[in-house]
Design a protein around this ligand. Structure first.
Ligand code: PLP
Length: 448
């Protein structure tokens, strides 16, 4: 009987993976997890340094979350939300509305970050066709360069990561691109001036095209897949003000930032704003199961109400919409946030991460820049600092450092030549030290 490594190589097609390399190289197959540790089929253990792709919150096999799934499974694993209610879906929706920024009132479930954004995009489109009075010309979207909102075609249309998205361009609708405050200001331009230029640039786009724009979509504070690029404080609030002024819906994609990752429950809280539509995924279930949600305000929701014959219905849904196991574990995850004072306990760990990034990663001769937002750390690797010289992309140095880190009991995944440090919020200070030590040693091993 072939083992799971052989079966994987023979039968599984992995996401974002060059399968020719994969089939030729050693592969690591995960068998179990506990707390922040993952264990492979050979019995080796690793710290889950990217939270199983930015979604795990309270660690693996958290007793409270496991119990919630067992309890729910003893009742029912799944029933449809098409024409029926479901107890955990209803309770979770109410809890989300309670903790989300004030004004977001109606929860539409789906099953991934991409679908949560896709739903928001479609809702915004339909909203303008049937609000009162309708504005049928408002059909365009404004998005940012380097944005990532998932891999379905609507989400890709408002995405802007060239490497992932350019091949699909003929299939996509066009989005207007606003100047990005997430990139380092050009030489001689101060961060304040750069922010102002970006806000003025967005203002100009809205002024000129507002009558045709349905919505603006953005990742709040941090553009994740772009390489953990961070916007200066004030941008999110400025976008909210401009969207209100020009009557454009604001869609905030909190798929990666939601559920404590930035140090607050939601990134929007840092700037005290409420979007019209907000997308959630990843940490919604503590990173356990694929449940996502798009949450709308009353203004959007009410435009979909009417007689059946008005055909204002949102004709969109997925088989596993509002899955009961997923919603039950989502509720338990919110309980754990309160019971274990997760956000309070995160503060010293965010400081520790920041201190070590500054003191030990920043001075490294192959590090061009470090960035931090809450419990997200990013380290840009370069061949030379001054003058800045990038590693050729085909050398995959970021990936090489991550592969070397495995020898030190660390699993992380880079974004090109940026190392991403994003462990579960539940990691202990001791484990966080071990994670950072392991990455530093892997850098020393690889970047000689
Ligand atoms: C900000 C953001 N939006 C959307 C997505 C897509 O989520 P999913 O992979 O669950 O479709 C991601 C995934 O990384 C993300 O970071």
């Amino acid at each position: 009987m072939p083992n799971s490594t052989q079966l994987d190589k023979q039968y599984v097609w992995h996401p974002f993976t060059q399968m020719q390399d994969w089939m030729q190289n050693d592969v690591l197959v995960i068998e179990s997890g506990h707390g922040v540790m993952l264990r492979d089929t050979e019995g080796r253990e690793y710290i889950d340094g990217v939270s199983s792709l930015w979604c795990n919150v309270h660690g693996h096999q958290h007793p409270r979350l496991n119990q919630a799934i067992r309890d729910q499974a003893a009742k029912i694993a799944h029933s449809t939300l098409l024409g029926l209610g479901s107890e955990p879906a209803a309770k979770l929706a109410a809890r989300l509305v309670e903790i989300l920024p004030e004004g977001l009132t109606h929860v539409f479930y789906s099953d991934s970050g991409a679908t949560a954004c896709e739903v928001a995009i479609k809702m915004a489109f339909q909203y303008w066709q049937q609000c009162s009075p309708p504005h049928p010309s408002k059909t365009k979207y404004v998005a940012l360069p380097n944005a990532y909102h998932g891999d379905t075609l609507g989400a890709v249309s408002v995405g802007g990561v060239e490497l992932f998205h350019k091949i699909f361009r003929p299939l996509l609708f066009e989005a207007l691109r606003a100047p990005s405050p997430y990139v380092t200001p050009p030489a001689g331009v101060s961060p304040g001036e750069h922010l102002k230029k970006c806000v003025d640039g967005l203002d100009a786009i809205f002024r000129e095209n507002g009558h045709e724009i349905a919505a603006m979509i953005l990742e709040p504070l941090v553009q994740g897949a772009a390489g953990m690029l961070m916007a200066p404080p004030g941008y999110l609030k400025a976008v909210r003000e401009l969207c209100t002024r020009y009557d454009i819906l604001m869609i905030v994609d909190e798929v990666a930032t939601g559920f404590g990752r930035t140090g607050k429950m939601f990134a929007c809280e840092h700037e005290g704003i409420t979007p019209d539509l907000l997308a959630l995924g990843k940490g919604l279930t503590g990173g356990y199961l694929p449940v996502a949600a798009t949450v709308a305000n009353d203004k959007v929701f009410s435009a979909f109400l009417g007689e059946y014959s008005d055909f204002r219905t949102f004709f969109h849904g997925h088989t596993f919409t509002g899955n009961a196991l997923g919603c039950a574990v989502g509720l338990a995850s919110l309980d754990v946030f309160e019971e274990e004072k997760v956000l309070e306990n995160l503060r010293p760990k965010m400081s520790l991460l920041g201190r070590r990034l500054q003191e030990e990663f920043k001075p490294h001769p192959n590090v061009a820049e470090i960035r931090q937002c809450g419990f997200i750390g990013a380290v840009d690797l370069v061949k030379g600092r001054e003058p800045r010289e990038e590693f050729p992309s085909d050398r995959q140095m970021g990936m090489k450092v991550c592969v070397a880190a495995r020898n030190h009991g660390i699993l992380i995944r880079p974004l090109r030549n940026t190392l991403v440090i994003m462990p579960p919020l539940s990691i202990s200070e001791d484990e966080l030290h071990r994670l950072l030590d392991g990455i530093l040693v892997a850098m020393a091993d690889t970047l000689r």
